[in-house]
Each structure stands twice: as C-alpha cells, then as structure tokens.
Design a binder for this molecule. Structure first.
Ligand code: FAD
Length: 327
C-alpha cells in the first residue's frame, strides 16, 4: 500500500517542524511548498553583497520548552549562541529578561538545521487547494492531507475559508549600515526597547558574534504598532527616512556615516491575540504562531504538535477506508 503523502505550505519554523516530525517520527513523507526562494519565513536573515548577515525578522529566540531545547541544541550545536550585551529602555535602564539566543549563521539557518533533509519546493506560491475525492490537489499534485502554515489571512484564502481571518499587527523595519565600528552606547549595548515611542525596538547586530565586519555598524530598527499602521501603505522612502532619524537619535549616530539603508514591510508580523480557528475542511490543518504566541519557539512547537494530529487523522482515515486515498 503506498505511503500517504502530506503537503505542508510554508517553510517557516512551523512548516519545518511539522514536516520533520512527520518524516522522522511517523515515517510519513511531506512536501513543503514555499513561496520565497529561502526558508525560515519571518525568522529571516539578509545576506548583504559584502557578506554581512543581518536578522531583519525574529531578532533572537527563547528556548523555554525542554523538547525544543534538546532538539535545537542537537541540531545547531555550537552555532547556537546567547546574546550577552544588555537591552535597555531609552534612558539606559537595563531590561531584565530570560536568555536570548541567535544562530551564528543567521537566524534563518534554524529552518535548515531543524529540517535538513526535507523536500522543499521553493519559489512555489500556493493560492488555493482543491478537493479531489478524499484527497487534496496542491500545485496539481494529490495529497492525503494539507497543513498550511502561512499567516492566517493567506491560510484562509488557501483553504477556501470565507470567515474573516484574525487580525495581525504589521511591523515596518529598517536596516542601517554605517561606516566604522560601534561607538557610544552601541559599543556596549545590544538593544533599546521603547514600548511608548514610535521606535519600539532598535538593536545593534554587531553584538551577534562573527556577523558584522569590524569596520561596520549595523542597526536593525522596528517601528511601533501605531507607526507601522500609520505608514503601512506609504512610500518606504518616507517612513525609512523617519525611522533613520529616530534610530540616529536613539544611538547618537552621525547620519553622514550611513552607507546603506534597507527597509522591509512585514504586513503580518505578529498576531494581535491568540486566534481561535473555525472548523477546517477534513484533511486540512493549520500550524503556526497564530494560535499561541508570535515567537519562533511557539511556531516550532505548533508545527511539531500538528504533525501528531495529522498522523492521527491518517490512522483514523486508514481504519475507516483501508483502500489508499491516492491510487
Ligand atoms: C519583525 C519581526 C520581529 C520578530 N521578532 C521576534 C523575536 O525577537 N523573537 C521571536 O521569538 N519571534 C519574533 N518574531 C516572530 C517570529 O518570527 C514568528 O512568530 C515565527 O517565525 C513564525 O513562524 P511560522 O512558521 O508560524 O510563520 P512564518 O515564518 O510566517 O512562515 C510561513 C511561511 O509560509 C510562506 N507562505 C506564505 N504564503 C504562502 C503561499 N501562499 N504559498 C507558499 N508559501 C507561503 C511564507 O513565505 C513563510 O515562509 C518576529 C517577527 C517579525 C516579523
């Protein structure tokens, strides 16, 4: 009897965790369809032409869950590093927190290390899946079950749900590259967090070891929810200039030292609150950060847990109809 086949849409941390567990623990092959060229989704890293690695999505990740801890340590080995420099409020008061981790080779590398041998069809955007008997057509191929890990507005479209999807909070992001090594507060401090101003987060990537050349300073800034909503559809030149100004003031940088400015618009950066999903069509599943918390670790755990639900569904379907769904 042929093995069931599963389609997983999205090669972010949830998709990678789901496909990995299906294959390794349940022996069920999964095909990942990813619209981008790379993996990692919002756990994103830019590699500049001169070889700098800059995390412009998830800045760091927590390792709270014992299972995630053991798997991520095993998969990443000595590439898993803690951020040691402090995070403060704008007035310099340290903000305490649990250990914050990053991947030496760029946070997007997590997706590769946590799922090294997966069948990923990159640059393949899925707009809709279609039912075919008891199975589903994805990109014209039949599958016994489909897991969508795209942010919910996209997942609702893909799965053909008509109810309005839960709200997400956008995040406008700026990457600034400057001539010279970090000076002033950037020399000793990783990030500044300001929950009440327009610049919610600004971090000096030089504190991630081996990432940034010694004659450069790289700052990643994220606008607040209010700023991001106000400028979401505006010209990036306009909001990029405003964020540059705020960033320069925060770190006391000289704008004349800026070599490069890159903007990125995250339309679905994080969920406003954990979502409750409507009933999904049989054989379809959602995995991702949207049902728990917008964190790398939560996304991975959601994918991992969804793999068990998919395996249980297939076992039940097989018991009800021993003939294979896909001839
Ligand atoms: C700016 C920013 C900062 C953040 N900072 C942190 C942080 O410091 N710490 C932390 O833990 N978390 C942080 N997060 C949150 C964290 O990145 C996410 O919670 C997590 O990466 C979500 O993983 P996911 O797999 O659920 O979704 P995603 O990473 O969004 O993965 C979904 C994948 O689906 C793909 N896709 C979408 N539509 C389609 C389609 N139609 N067809 C095919 N593929 C599709 C996407 O390209 C993507 O690769 C941050 C997020 C952002 C945006």
């Amino acid at each position: 009897m042929p093995s069931p086949r599963i389609a997983v849409i999205g090669a972010g941390l949830a998709g990678i965790a789901c496909a990995s567990r299906l294959q390794l623990e349940f022996g069920i092959p999964a095909v990942l369809f990813e619209k981008s060229r790379g993996r990692g989704g919002r756990c994103a890293t830019k590699r500049t032409v001169d070889g700098l690695l800059i995390d412009h999505g998830a800045q760091y990740f927590t390792i709270r869950d014992p299972l995630f801890s053991s798997i991520v340590h095993q998969a990443c080995g000595d590439a898993l590093l803690p951020i040691n420099a402090p995070i403060t409020s704008p007035d310099g008061t340290p903000i305490p927190g649990e250990p914050r981790w990053y991947h030496r080779d760029g946070n997007s590398r997590l997706a590769r290390d946590l799922g090294p041998d997966l069948d990923v069809r990159s640059a393949t955007e899925i707009s809709r899946i279609e039912p075919l008997g008891h199975s589903w057509l994805v990109n014209d191929e039949p599958f016994d079950a489909v897991v969508s890990t795209a942010p919910l507005p996209q997942s609702f479209r893909i799965l053909g749900l008509s109810s309005p999807p839960p709200a997400y909070i956008p995040c406008l992001t700026l990457i600034l590259s400057l001539n010279g090594p970090p000076t002033g507060r950037a020399a000793s401090q990783y990030a500044v967090r300001d929950r009440s101003g327009p610049l919610e987060w600004s971090a000096c990537e030089n504190h991630k070891l081996t990432r940034i050349a010694s004659d450069r300073t790289v700052i990643v800034s994220q606008a607040s929810e209010a700023f991001s909503r106000a400028f979401l559809e505006a010209d990036p030149v306009v909001w990029g200039a405003a964020l540059t100004d705020l960033t320069a003031r925060t770190w006391n940088l000289n704008p004349a030292d800026v070599i490069e400015r890159v903007t990125h618009r995250w339309r679905y950066a994080r969920i406003a609150s954990p979502a409750t999903l409507p009933t999904l069509p049989p054989g379809t599943f959602f995995a991702g950060d949207a049902t728990s918390a917008s964190r790398v670790e939560s996304a991975w755990l959601s994918g991992h847990e969804t793999a068990a639900r998919v395996a249980a569904f297939l076992t039940k379907a097989q018991a009800a109809d021993p003939a294979p769904a896909i001839p």
